[in-house]
Design a protein around this ligand. Structure first.
Ligand code: PLP
Length: 369
């Protein structure tokens, strides 16, 4: 890609047009088409994409938005930053995504007049159960916004992440499956008016130069990032397929080593539980995340062998110090809390070799025997 990326950078430098402009518009068009949405609005980060989506949904101060407690911080902080109050329901222990049964019992069990929106997260590259969540959103008149930051190219029953909600937020942070050379984000929507509103909001609420009809902010996408993302977008399906093959290979290697279970249930006695993919999901494995017995010791052991792992995420959102004012306590979301203690993301990228994967699995086997 090197020559293509450098050519794209050279094109932007030659144009001297560094912010928004035709590169960004073309990227928005191509990305919308990739996701099966009518519109896309580029912005400065995935965090800002969430903020834009929430602000354009018309949230008022004091409104409530339901999301997953087991996600990156921005899923909840963007809600607070948009002037609303985050609320949580527990996750499905098998997929780590918002559990529709928990959402339903929450919605039926409480009077939530000010609940306006639901923000499911497609964690690790696997879509949340969008059919069940859509039914609940329809019944309770909630705006459904996807946090698709980790899920470019993922699908749920053939529908692409970014085409299912009223809007969807993407991140192109450098570790993502489609990544920029810095920070970048984007919102997709099928509502052209909402897209036009988000275009104003990302540019100081300004429909015309120096005229400000409402308060927005500066969250424009750089032309350089858009030009690079346009090059990489052509490869993302191939990279996603490569990740899926590597996930399948991990599954096989762990099974051959006799260490695993995929049931996601707490009573499992296997030292490693593999990630479960829903039958309806086309998972793009932004991360390959196992549950591990003695997780922190295993992580240190692997680190000593030069194997990098990560914990996404060690503290659930309802227990974050900045959200004390929400009034949640330990024990409120047992599945999210348990996941935070057990999950371990293993090396996953499209160039990972079979030998490297064998070394990871052998090292884990060595740790437990
Ligand atoms: C689930 C989720 N939501 C939101 C974000 C925020 O994206 P960004 O880092 O581009 O602001 C991320 C990225 O880290 C994410 O993983």
């Amino acid at each position: 890609m090197r020559a293509e990326v450098l050519a794209a950078v050279g094109r932007v430098c030659a144009s001297q047009h560094y912010i928004l402009g035709s590169e960004v518009e073309t990227f928005e068009h191509e990305l919308a088409e990739f996701c099966g949405a009518s519109d896309a609005v580029g912005c400065a980060s995935g965090t800002d994409a969430l903020w834009l989506a929430l602000a354009a949904a018309g949230l008022q101060p004091g409104d409530l938005v339901l999301t997953s407690p087991f996600s990156f911080f921005a899923s909840a902080s963007a809600i607070a930053r948009a002037g609303a109050r985050p609320l949580f329901a527990d996750i499905d222990p098998r997929t780590f995504n918002l559990d529709p049964a928990q959402v339903e019992s929450f919605l039926r069990g409480s009077r939530r007049d000010k609940l306006r929106a639901m923000l499911p997260v497609h964690l690790y590259g696997q879509c949340a159960d969008m059919d069940s969540l859509q039914l609940l959103a329809d019944e309770f008149r909630l705006t459904l916004i996807e946090d698709a930051a980790q899920a470019i190219g993922a699908r749920w029953k053939g529908r692409t992440a970014g085409s299912m909600g009223v809007s969807a937020a993407f991140s192109f942070y450098p570790t993502k499956n489609l990544s920029a050379y810095g920070d970048a984000g984007l919102v997709t929507t099928n509502d052209p008016e909402m897209a036009a509103h988000m275009r104003r909001l990302r540019n100081h609420g300004s429909p015309r130069r120096y005229i400000h009809e409402e308060l927005g902010w500066n969250s424009r996408l750089d032309a350089m990032q858009a030009a690079i993302l346009r090059v990489k977008l052509k490869y993302v399906e191939g990279w996603n397929e490569a990740r899926r093959r590597r996930a399948a290979r991990y599954d096989q290697l762990f099974a051959a080593a006799g260490m695993t279970s995929t049931d996601g249930q707490p009573e499992s006695t296997a030292p490693i539980q593999l990630p479960l993919t829903s039958a309806q999901a086309h998972h793009v494995f932004h991360q390959y995340v196992v549950r591990a017995f003695r997780r922190d010791e295993l992580r240190e052991f692997l680190s000593a062998r030069g194997i990098g792992t990560e914990i996404y995420y060690p503290l659930p959102l309802h227990l974050q110090p900045c959200f004390v004012y929400l009034g949640y306590r330990e024990g409120d979301f047992p599945q999210a809390e348990r996941a935070a203690k057990e999950v371990l993301a293993l090396p996953m990228f499209s160039e990972l070799t079979e030998d490297e994967q064998r070394w990871v699995v052998k090292s884990i086997a060595d740790f437990y025997c």
